[in-house]
Design a protein around this ligand. Structure first.
Ligand SMILES: NC(=O)c1ccc[n+]([C@@H]2O[C@H](COP(=O)([O-])OP(=O)(O)OC[C@H]3O[C@@H](n4cnc5c(N)ncnc54)[C@H](OP(=O)(O)O)[C@@H]3O)[C@@H](O)[C@H]2O)c1
Length: 260
């Protein structure tokens, strides 16, 4: 995507947009001087209070389309892809951001805030892996024809790009132990990002994984050194500047390369 006008006329799809990083990315893209053609923002429930802010944004921004998607639900994904396809008509999808993720299963039926070897268990490993690694890959597969269409469309200024929101916790080099379920899921996400970057290169689709930085969100917690407003504008700028020269990279929100 060309840097300054990257979002102009683009079609964008993002998961997990009702709070945290996803919601902040949506707001930041909508505040860009050049408006996207369509911004598809998904969340698990459009009826609950949890998506109130997102719904209010959609009332004010006609380019913002809200869709319900639990990223682990294959049938719902199929329906969402159909809806995006219908809305876009002849146009492809320029940017797919796999943002939705979980750290552990606090307050869930699994009932643990897991970080140690003692805490970790099979169900926790599987659930976090399914959400953070398997689901982004299935979402990419489902949207691939639309991404290929955008990459081929010569009239369309930005090319096609897949951004997997990862974490420096997915770096094997930086690993300091613990947090098994999250670290393994993000390392897997990094691996599949590289595979995709190789397999999709022939279609000119740029694929990267980006660590958004440690931020104060429900997941990041109060001790995080950055607020969303510190990192998200920088992250959105970076995403807007991506092109094939960055294909297969593991980047920080500020564009620095992270070690695998
Ligand atoms: N915050 C940080 O410091 C930090 C650092 C590095 C990487 N990250 C990454 O950034 C991304 C967003 O994190 P965050 O801090 O914004 O986390 P968050 O505040 O906990 O928000 C997570 C988002 O993901 C959604 N989500 C979780 N499971 C889902 C599912 N099965 N289907 C659809 N949506 C689902 C949540 O929806 P519900 O409201 O329905 O649960 C919510 O919108 C994650 O991939 C995370 O790993 C964050």
């Amino acid at each position: 995507m060309a840097s300054s006008v990257a979002y102009k006329g683009a079609s964008i799809f993002i998961t997990g947009c009702n709070r945290g990083v996803g919601l902040a990315i949506v707001k930041e893209i909508l505040s860009q001087p050049h408006s996207p053609k369509a911004l598809f923002a998904t969340c698990r429930s459009l009826k609950s209070d949890a998506s109130k802010e997102l719904r209010a944004l959609a009332m004010k921004n006609p380019v913002l389309h809200l869709l319900e998607l639990d990223v682990t639900n294959a049938l719902q994904l199929e329906a969402v892809v159909e809806e995006v396809k219908t809305t876009l008509g002849d146009h492809g999808l320029n940017l797919l951001i796999n943002n939705a993720g979980i750290y552990d299963l606090k307050n869930s039926e699994y009932g643990c805030a897991s970080s140690t070897l003692d805490d970790v268990n099979r169900d926790l490993m599987m659930k976090v892996y399914e959400t953070n690694a398997v689901s982004p890959l299935m979402i990419v597969k489902a949207f691939l024809p639309l991404l290929q269409l955008a990459a081929k469309d010569v009239k369309c200024q930005p090319q096609a790009c897949i951004v997997n929101i990862s974490s420096d916790d997915g770096s094997i080099t930086l690993n300091a132990g613990g947090h098994y379920q999250y670290k393994c899921s993000k390392a897997a996400l990094n691996m599949l990002t590289v595979s995709l970057s190789i397999d999709c290169a022939k279609d000119c689709i740029t694929v990267v994984c980006i660590d958004p930085g440690w931020m104060k969100t429900d997941m990041g917690g109060k001790a995080a050194p950055m607020s969303l407003s510190d990192a998200i504008p920088v992250l959105v700028q970076l995403i807007g500047s991506l092109d094939m020269s960055k294909n297969g990279s593991f980047l920080q929100y500020n564009g620095k390369t992270l070690p695998w």
